[in-house]
Design a protein around this ligand. Structure first.
Ligand code: AMP
Ligand code: ZN
Length: 115
């Protein structure tokens, strides 16, 4: 998608700190981390938000969750735990219109997950 910042990151038009990449998935560090580990995991296919999933997109969503477990291991937060967040739409606080999974950890997170 032409004006999508995360598609530009996928296409290396914008720099990022990549922690994992294959044909279907990119994981890179959030530019404004809220915890010691804050990685964004995205499908390379432009899906604007969770409510815009199409037929068969559940396959890539499943792969993303498996990859999140692997990244949690390499980031050394697998054992102690972490949080995965998907913001969807205006009320969900989604700012970037390309589906992304926040992988957050490396410290004890608060029990309140929304404000
Ligand atoms: P959301 O509010 O769920 O849409 O989250 C968007 C996230 O993208 C925020 O945590 C931003 O800090 C992050 N972000 C925005 N631009 C970049 C960028 N160029 N590189 C890395 N992370 C970014
Ligand atoms: Zn995109």
């Amino acid at each position: 998608m032409d004006n999508c910042i995360f598609c530009k990151i996928i296409n290396k038009e914008i720099p990022s700190t990549i922690v994992f990449e294959d044909d279907e998935i990119l994981a890179f560090r959030d530019i404004n981390p809220v915890a010691p580990v804050h990685v964004l995991v995205i499908p390379k296919k432009h899906i604007s938000k969770l409510t815009e999933l199409e037929e068969n997109d559940e396959v890539i969503i499943g792969k993303i969750y498996k990859k999140i477990n692997e990244i949690a291991k390499t980031e050394k937060i697998f054992e102690k735990g972490f949080r995965v967040i998907v913001n969807c739409g205006e009320d969900g606080g989604q700012e970037v219109g390309h589906l992304h999974f926040h992988l957050i950890g490396g410290k004890k997170l608060g029990t309140k997950i929304c404000q």
